[in-house]
Each structure stands twice: as C-alpha cells, then as structure tokens.
Design a protein around this ligand. Structure first.
Ligand code: F0G
Length: 419
C-alpha cells in the first residue's frame, strides 16, 4: 500500500547527515539553508551527499513507490501523487529477436503524469516548500513541464514553464495547461529556454526545477533502486546493463549516483554495477559525440532536430555528472536515426507497451548495439522507457495503422472486412 502524505502539512525537516557538495571542487553547503543550484566557489554542479547511505534492508516494510526509498532521500516525505513502482515488463518477442539472456522494459510512462519526471518532482517540489519559495519554474521539452505543473498545483504554488515554441508534443502542453501552469512559449530551442530560466532563477525570480536542481536527481535515483530490487527478486542478481535515452543526462547521472551510494553502503558489489548505456537521436547527439571521443566535456550543438522531441537537446547540462557514469561502469553511448526510433516504438507497441518516441530510443539503441556486437547474447538488459505513448499522440498516429472508413451498418462493416 502506498501512503500519500498530506501535502498541506508543514514541510518535513531534512535528513540528518546530508549536505550538498560540488562535484568539481568538493566545497560543501548545508542542504536547505539557502536556494543554491551551483557551487559558490567554482559554479560546478552540486549533488546531495549522505554520511550514511542506506542498504536494501533499510527499505523493508516501507510500502511501494518513490517514498519507499526515503532513507536514500534528503527528506522523509514529499508532495506525492504518488509516483514510482512502475512495471518491469517482459517483452518476449524483442528479447527473442535480439537473442538476449534476459530483457526487461522499465516503463516509466506509468507514473502519474506519464513520465519519470514525477520521481524527481515529488522530491524537488517538497524541497521548494522546505526552502520557502513561492514560484516554481522550468524549461522543458514537455515532460518536465507536465510534471512540474501537476506537482506545483498539488502544492498550491505558482508555476511557470518555458517551452520551445512549436516543438512540444500535444499531450504535454495539454497537461501543463490543465494543471494551471503559465506556459511561456519561447522563440528558441530547449537550450535557449534553459538559459533563460537559469537566469531567472539566479536573479531570484523563481525556483528552478530542471535537473540542474540536485534534489530532483535524488528522486530519479529510485528508478535504479526499483530495478535492482525487482531484478534481484526474480533473477537473484542485478542486470548487466541499463539502456536509457539521454537528453540533459539527468537520469544517467541519477542512476550512477544510485549505484555509487549502494556500493558505498556495501549493498552492491562494485564489480556488479550495471553498465550504463546512453542513447540519443542522430540529430541531437552531443553526448554520444563526447563519449565516442572519450572526452570529459560535451560540445554544445546549436542546431538540433529529431522526431523524439523530448530529447531534442543540444547542451546536456548534467554531462559532468553523467560522463563518469558511462566511463566508470564500462558503458557506451550510441546515436540512432528517427526511423530506428519509430521502428522500436512499433516493436514495443506490438507487445502492448505504449511509449513516446524518445523512450523507444532505448530499444533502438540496444538493437543497434546488439547488431554491432557491442552487447553480447549472454547479457541481462533493462531498457528504460521514459514516457507514455499518449504524450505524443501525433507521433503515435503517424507510426501506427491507418483508420478505415466504413458504412454505419453491420453488413457494410462485414463487406469491408471481407474485402
Ligand atoms: N525521455 C523523455 C521522455 C524525456 O522527457 C526526457 C527529458 C529524457 C528521456 C531525457 O532525460 O534529460 O535525464 O537525459 N525531458 C526533459 C523535459 C528535458 O523537459 O521534459 P535526461
């Protein structure tokens, strides 16, 4: 059973023994004393650190979903709808086609607003209440805005979302609109939107809830915790590889952090850490470019284009946290074409799993790496599908079957079926 916290209760205190640390220079800060997204000393990215990271024993008997994992989070409870506890689907046809020892699909589209962003928002919006801000904001390719609009509404807070004009899928804009966010359509791409909202946040005009916000990634860590717990239950081991789409590389960073904390707590053998494998669309692949060059920095792509609009991003801001995750786990990154993405979306749909294009990139990438022999037949793999099919109804309709006009009579329908 999942217990929903009463979101109008006073915000909970932060966890004892947690602080913020700069990933570049190591400077530390108290977690909630001030609103801070970057290091005061060197502007590096911040992450939450814990004196005593938990083991799986600490989650026993704590219900399901994101807040099961409260011992691994900076707060005891959040603004919850609730989120997490998503299915780990079997996809026997794709597994057979790719000839893999095991293949599961973690369908994050089954979260309350239809994407993994809810896991980050339940924590991030609770922190916003804790630090006492009154206006929330994000830049978004769509899913972050839908999640922030819903969690902002739940917390009774004003919410601004900055979207690249004309480049956000219909379902996502509809969600942000109905949940009552102010939708600012920006003349520019996602990266421009993030530049602006980052500036607004620095000027104190709004609380930033993009994945630059270190608290959001704490919630997203729970994807890794759920995968490892379920996998161990079923297979007695952890997956060899996790394949996921990459935009800002927040999820990649969050999964790596999850594994590091488990290893530090003695709950995961460092030799067993799943190999992190990122996938981007060919038209928006700066992260792949960096991994292929074994670089520790990403070059910003000024122009990006792909049908997978959720990952139409040229400046993956979490790269400094995510690239080490790829390198340290022995992973890789691969770019796939829009056609490969649509083919993977159809393959998943043919097994009953409905995902949006960006999500299908994970399966498209796995297919490519299997063909190239990078992924071996002996591997147990989990693909992450990050958003629901209904997020992008236009892409789904274009990839799916055509409608067939028929007369309004049984005979007419039967004739049509015979013909
Ligand atoms: N998949 C989907 C469906 C997404 O919406 C996103 C990011 C990603 C993958 C990439 O995740 O950024 O952690 O590497 N969407 C953001 C948004 C940018 O605004 O909704 P990442």
């Amino acid at each position: 059973m999942t217990v929903e916290a009463d979101d109008r209760d006073p915000p909970p205190d932060g966890r004892e023994g947690s602080w913020l640390a700069c990933v570049e220079c190591g400077t530390t800060f108290p977690p909630f004393a001030a609103v801070r997204y970057r290091c005061d000393e060197c502007s590096g990215l911040l992450e939450v650190r814990y004196a005593d990271p938990p083991t799986f024993e600490d989650f026993r008997g704590r219900g399901r979903g994101v807040w099961r994992y409260a011992p691994a989070l900076p707060l005891e409870s959040g603004v919850s709808l609730p989120e997490g506890d998503t299915p780990l689907h079997r996809v026997p046809d794709i597994r057979e086609e790719l000839d893999l020892r095991a293949l599961r699909v973690k369908h994050e589209g089954m979260n309350p607003t239809g994407s993994f962003k809810d896991r980050g928002m339940t924590v991030g919006v609770a922190v916003a209440r804790r630090v006492g801000v009154d206006r929330l904001a994000c830049a978004s390719t769509g899913n972050t805005s839908a999640a922030l609009a819903a969690y902002g509404a739940r917390a009774n807070m004003e919410t601004l979302v900055l979207l690249p004009a004309g480049k956000v899928a219909a379902g996502k804009v509809a969600q942000a609109a109905l949940h009552g966010a102010r939708i600012l359509e920006v003349d520019g791409n996602f990266d421009t939107c993030l530049d602006v909202v980052d500036d607004l946040a620095t000027r104190g005009e709004a609380y930033l809830l993009n994945s630059l916000n270190p608290f959001r990634l704490e919630g997203q860590k729970t994807i890794g915790l759920e995968i490892l717990e379920s996998f161990r239950e079923e297979y007695g081991t952890v997956p060899d590889r996790i394949v996921l789409p990459v935009g800002n590389a927040g999820n990649t960073a969050a999964l790596y952090k999850c594994f590091r904390e488990l290893a530090a707590a003695g709950a995961l053998d460092p030799d067993d850490v799943p190999t992190l494998t990122g996938v981007q669309a060919e038209g928006a692949a700066p992260f792949v470019e960096a991994v292929e060059a074994a670089a520790d920095e990403v070059r910003r792509w000024p122009e990006v284009e792909t049908r997978a609009t959720a990952i139409r991003i040229g400046n993956p801001v979490n790269a400094p946290k995510a690239l080490p995750g790829i390198y340290e786990t022995g992973g890789t990154a691969v770019a796939v074409s829009d056609e490969e993405i649509t083919a993977a979306q159809r393959s998943l749909a043919a097994e009953g799993v409905g995902v949006e294009p960006a999500s299908a990139a994970s399966v498209a990438g796995l297919r490519r790496l299997r063909e190239d022999g990078v992924v071996g037949a002996d591997e147990r793999v989990v693909c992450l599908t990050t958003g629901h099919l209904l997020k992008d109804p236009d892409a789904a309709a274009a990839a799916g079957a055509d409608t067939e006009p028929v007369p309004g009579t049984t005979e007419g329908v039967l004739d049509h079926l015979k013909g």
